[in-house]
Design a protein around this ligand. Structure first.
Ligand code: ZN
Length: 410
């Protein structure tokens, strides 16, 4: 079997893996890097017999509308991933137009996705024209799946994996395989214990509210906003939700079987106030005790309106819940205490704190995943520190650390 990364081998972004086996060409994920300007993976091969999208994050699915240019390529994903992919692709096109980037695809191509998606439920199988691929839960976010391709060898494509249970999804269940293509985002790094993170997080939110401030919680729309909301459910505080997470919530509500506890999720949505109008946003900015909103890296979205309202208020806090890429406002806030909006640099007087709600497996859980898979060959991808994981594994299995574009056999 021949493999080739179109992108995302040595970086967290723009992932795309082509597998050629027994006369067929398969594609796993096709994402973008939502940087400024965005970057894209290499072009698609001229034919793809079937494409598999592991989950609805831009670095895994952001380029999937381009697949509609190929004749007849089916795009296999869980129903949740399919629905959120269309939402994110439309939003990505809007951002490209607003920021003046050349859009990588058209609205027409996004609409065409609907006819191309082949929805397969979690733990289901895709069998078509001799291609046999089974789906296995990946943890990470609702709908996220690993794909096990049964070809000349059994190849497992991990997508992004999480091995601990969260409020939103149960942990990943990696099956055994011959070749494991594994994400390496947290190679060489461990996470703080999640229970402890949540305890500190809830305490900081309560402390902010008790001193008369507003807890402003920037969160990514897909996965993180919902996880944070569930983590705060027991506090009984006055929580408001704003931004694209609202649309993602309504998709999740139609697919409750992908959540670890659908009833608890429904209750959380019933107890939260949702900002629907600019009037409500003005009200929430003044009155809410807690606001959960996009953008998760403070580079745009309603979060900036909440920060503008409270930036001179030292009783309020900005509680970062996600990874902040270099060059983002969130990174700048953590490193230098400032954000830049419309070319103007501001220094909010709010307290700033960061909490590790990562949905990626840490280093030891990645090692454990390799051991449990019993793979003879491990291909490390989707990480900028892959060598640290390679070092930990090299005495046990064959470890490959390929570069983008390079064709190699497994
Ligand atoms: Zn992801």
């Amino acid at each position: 079997m021949e493999l080739q990364f179109l992108g995302g081998a040595s970086e967290v972004g723009s992932l795309g893996l082509v597998a050629r086996d027994q006369g067929r060409t398969l594609l796993f994920d096709y994402g973008i890097t939502p940087s400024d300007p965005p970057t894209y993976p290499r072009p698609l091969p001229s034919t793809v017999d079937a494409a598999f999208i592991s989950h609805a994050h831009l670095d895994h699915m952001g380029m999937s509308p381009v697949l509609c240019r190929l004749p007849k390529t089916r795009i296999v994903a869980t129903p949740v991933t399919g629905a959120v992919t269309e939402l994110l692709a439309r939003d990505n096109l809007k951002v490209a137009r607003l920021e003046g980037y050349l859009a990588p695809y058209t609205g027409e191509e996004i609409r065409a996705l609907n006819d191309r998606f082949q929805s397969i439920d979690k733990r289901g199988s895709y069998r078509h024209h001799g291609i046999d691929v089974s789906l296995h839960p990946a943890g990470h976010i609702p709908g996220a799946t690993m794909f096990l391709y049964h070809g000349s060898k059994d190849l497992l494509f991990s997508g992004d994996v999480l091995r601990i249970p969260t409020h939103l999804v149960p942990p990943a269940e990696p099956p055994e395989c011959d070749v494991l293509v594994l994400e390496s985002t947290y190679a060489g790094r461990e996470h703080e214990d999640r229970t402890e993170v949540e305890r500190r997080f809830r305490a900081k939110v309560k402390e902010t509210v008790e001193r008369g401030g507003q807890a402003i919680i920037p969160a990514f729309a897909v996965g993180r906003a919902q996880e944070v909301l569930l983590a705060l459910q027991s506090t009984g505080l006055d929580i408001w939700l704003d931004g694209m997470a609202k649309k993602v919530n309504s998709i999740y509500q139609h697919h409750l079987e992908y959540l670890v506890d659908g009833r608890k999720f429904r209750q959380a949505l019933d107890s939260v106030h949702t900002v629907m109008t600019s009037e409500e946003r003005r009200h929430a900015a003044r009155e809410a005790e807690v606001i959960i909103t996009t953008g998760g890296m403070l580079d745009g979205g309603p979060v900036l309106a909440y920060i503008a309202e409270h930036r001179q208020d030292s009783k309020s806090s900005i509680l970062i819940t996600g990874f902040q890429v270099d060059g983002s406002n969130g990174r700048q806030l953590l490193d230098r205490g400032t954000i830049t909006v419309d070319g103007v640099t501001l220094r909010p007087e709010c307290e700033v704190a960061k909490f590790d709600f990562s949905a990626h497996a840490g280093h030891s859980d990645l090692v454990r995943t390799v051991r449990e898979s019993r793979a003879k060959t491990v291909v490390l991808m989707h990480g900028d520190e892959r060598s640290k994981l390679a070092e930990a594994l090299q005495d046990e299995v064959e470890v490959l650390v390929p570069e983008n574009g390079h064709r190699f056999e497994v």
